[in-house]
Design a protein around this ligand. Sequence first.
Ligand code: NAG
Ligand code: NAG
Ligand code: NAG
Ligand code: NAG
Ligand code: NAG
Ligand code: NAG
Ligand code: NAG
Ligand code: NAG
Ligand code: NAG
Ligand code: NAG
Ligand code: NAG
Length: 815
Amino acid sequence: MFVIAILMQIVMCNAHTCLIDKTQAVCRYLELTSVPQDLPKDIKFLDISYNNLTVITSSELSEYKSLRTLLMNDNNLDLLQCDAFHGLSLLVELSLAKNNLHVSRSYPNGVFKPLINLSKLDISQNMKKSTNFSVNYTIPVDELNHLNKLSIDLVHQPYFGKHFREMRGLNVLIFDFCLVELLTNKTFMYMPNNVSHLFLNTCRHFVVIETNALFYFNNLNTLDFSGSNIHLARALDALYPFQNRKIDNVLFRGITYPELGHDVDIVLTKDMMKYIKSMCVQTLDFSNNLIVKILNESLLSLDHPECLQNLLLSANRFSLDNFATDFFKFLHRAKVLKLVDYSYIPIAYNQPVFLEINGNNYRKLLEVDKYYGTKIIPFVRFPSHLEYVRFSHIMATTGMKEIILANSSLRHLEISYFKTYIFPKFTLEGTNELTYLDISGISAETTIGKFPVLQHLKILVMKTTQLYKLLWNNTNIFNWAPNLTSLDLSYNYIWRIKDATLGNLPHLRNLNLSHNMFNVIPNVLMTFKYLVSLDLSINQLTNIPKNIREWADLQQEKRQFNFFLNKNPYICSCDTIEFLFWTSKTNVKLDRNGNYLCWLPIKNGKSRYMHNILKYFHDYFGQCKAKMWLQIGTALLTFTMCALIISTLVYNFRWRIIFFFYRTFRRFVERRLDVMFKYDVYVSYSDDSVAFLKLLSGVIEEDWGFKMCCQDRNFTVGAPSADERVKHIHCSRDIIFLVTPSINENEWIHFEIERAKYEKMTKYLQKIVVITKGISLADIQSEFATIWQEVLFIEWPTEEEEKAKAWQKLKLWLF
Ligand SMILES: *[C@@H]1O[C@H](CO)[C@@H](O)[C@H](O)[C@H]1NC(C)=O
Ligand SMILES: *[C@@H]1O[C@H](CO)[C@@H](O)[C@H](O)[C@H]1NC(C)=O
Ligand SMILES: *[C@@H]1O[C@H](CO)[C@@H](O)[C@H](O)[C@H]1NC(C)=O
Ligand SMILES: *[C@@H]1O[C@H](CO)[C@@H](O)[C@H](O)[C@H]1NC(C)=O
Ligand SMILES: *[C@@H]1O[C@H](CO)[C@@H](O)[C@H](O)[C@H]1NC(C)=O
Ligand SMILES: *[C@@H]1O[C@H](CO)[C@@H](O)[C@H](O)[C@H]1NC(C)=O
Ligand SMILES: *[C@@H]1O[C@H](CO)[C@@H](O)[C@H](O)[C@H]1NC(C)=O
Ligand SMILES: *[C@@H]1O[C@H](CO)[C@@H](O)[C@H](O)[C@H]1NC(C)=O
Ligand SMILES: *[C@@H]1O[C@H](CO)[C@@H](O)[C@H](O)[C@H]1NC(C)=O
Ligand SMILES: *[C@@H]1O[C@H](CO)[C@@H](O)[C@H](O)[C@H]1NC(C)=O
Ligand SMILES: *[C@@H]1O[C@H](CO)[C@@H](O)[C@H](O)[C@H]1NC(C)=O
């Protein structure tokens, strides 16, 4: 990037001159040590970021009187001379971020005087060093009467003088590089009282906030502490001055940090909620705060639920156990609630996606998950005012039988990646507006037949749903969504689609079939007339046959057609030359520009990119003569047949094949399926099984050569135990539960069972083996009830002879 930027500038202008476009000048990466004086005098936008300026001297900029925007980020500025901004009365935005300007030394009095029209000032990321003495912010901000938005650093011991109050128009205050550890009742005493948005997102050290510290922000509307190390309890205490007031956004995402590797568990109590209770809040974000429990009279007892529009609780650890009914009642009381996000619960999922609330627009970011107990709720009536609901990545034994949408405004519903006993049946009453539905990660066998006809549904996402199971003997499986325009069926292990299975989807425009196991493209796809995008990447295609190519060209003629075909095991031989040519000459918009990797039987089975092959075409295919055609054709046919048979076998008998070819072949399959495991087997055990564990590890690791993961050896010391378990179970292929009489004292057993269940469901190559020793089957049935059907079970014998058999059995299973 750097180099290109520099080169471009050198090529397009002369060295040390800037890119000029109308009234804009960009002078980045030119190692400038002063402001260029030869730019057009009427420029309105000047960017001199990434240079070597150390000081802005008097009147250096005064020629450029029309400037509205001046950016001088990423230089080495440490001083501004008095007249630095002389003449810039029209300047609206000034940015001096990432320099070395010191809030008490670098800004002489009067330096901002000429900037009568300045509205945005960014001087953040300048106070890089942490000092432990008080820093007096003498920067003459009182000269900036029209300033609206200020970004500034918050040093370890800040002192803001009375002159800060003079920024009467200041609305948005952003503290960056936050090194502060204590915010006292007096810290913000002289802050202008018109500030409506306060951001404090980067405080790295634990911040203590005295209860009245925010008192002087009389007109606060958005309080965003997200990401700072504050702790939810303290942040809630800091709301003391806002009791009985209206604050639109209280954004406390991820403000509770584990201390020295220990879990911090937050139980949300009535006492913690005592200040926020009386407030009128529109958006409440408590995501990612290690909340393990929500007590009665806390969250659900807000005095003004009618203010609430967006509620985000994702990535915590509390369960809906006895709470679900009250929770849904609460959703009804919240009359204007539009967005509910309750996902990634109860334990740290690897990369949660959070929703970003920005005014009333939500945008996807990163989020977390959650867990709950066994209970069936007969039905839930969604409040009609809800518009956006996400219940995703939840581990639950609680289930709902029915969800009723009555005259619902719901547009977006994600109810994905969780396993319950039952998947709710959806019932419509009156009108509905549902356009987006995501039911990924839940077996299609569970969800089929659960939806009424959803006429407005445009986008349906069904990733990882084992849909292949439905494609054999069902027809018209999407007849409940007649108006679909986008359908995502990736990661479904589909290798064949019969003509009538998908049914007639007359409006379908985007179809995603990537990460499946197709070795031929099903003809039925050609019946979707309006298709503009088809994704068949990461499948098992070896060639794109003529009829498909012609169809694709035809689609392209009618309208733009995007065809994704990357990462298939293509074969380039005399027989598939036409496909090879097609990739380079078709007008269809191919991913990777049609330059796919391709296997060459001719060159002893090397793989090359197609564009490369085309370039040296004659070297590869010069001898494609009649005689050769036959030979290669035969060879190719055999190969294709083999590939076909193998993938069919892999699909149908993958376990048995894996057994026969075990390790080598399995690695291959895993790679194809995009799953790589770090360990072969995770072993869950209790204290009294340590001796048996040693024996097991001897056999499994030394004799059979597997990698085994066990808590005492492989967990990172000090890391939160739940997270470690999640992580290690996730990267193990199989699980063994060693069940011994002390199982009841093992507090983690249920957690691990739930995790095993979750992983079993989201991934394929995993077995759950239960080995009991000294305890009878009946005693543990309740523990394993939820996964009983999926368990391979060995009651460890006492007889030597029997033991040999048990080992044999285990070996069979694990291979
Ligand atoms: C400008 O700064 C860069 C990096 O800070 C340095 O490598 C370069 O030598 C400097 N150039 C001049 C002319 O000082
Ligand atoms: C500030 O800028 C606005 C719009 O650019 C202009 O209308 C106004 O006159 C300027 N104010 C001063 C004091 O220059
Ligand atoms: C300031 O920091 C230095 C080193 O960082 C430390 O030695 C000193 O005790 C600190 N002083 C105070 C008053 O905390
Ligand atoms: C901060 O600086 C101002 C102006 O130099 C001075 O009047 C004031 O006493 C200083 N305050 C502190 C707490 O150092
Ligand atoms: C404070 O903000 C309000 C509304 O945002 C505005 O009407 C008022 O003029 C501002 N006060 C000052 C002194 O700028
Ligand atoms: C800060 O203000 C609160 C509320 O007025 C008061 O209870 C508390 O004692 C004050 N803290 C300090 C250290 O003065
Ligand atoms: C909390 O509320 C539930 C249901 O409203 C009730 O069953 C339970 O006893 C309450 N718990 C406490 C500690 O008050
Ligand atoms: C839905 O709205 C219609 C018209 O406003 C009304 O007649 C009907 O009773 C409503 N249905 C439900 C279930 O609320
Ligand atoms: C959806 O399909 C139905 C027929 O099943 C049709 O009557 C309706 O007009 C369609 N709605 C939209 C929004 O396309
Ligand atoms: C489809 O086949 C499976 C087994 O192959 C069977 O369990 C299921 O009942 C069949 N479904 C229908 C609708 O025939
Ligand atoms: C299809 O789905 C895969 C996996 O979910 C995704 O990576 C890809 O971007 C999707 N393709 C299109 C065209 O959106």
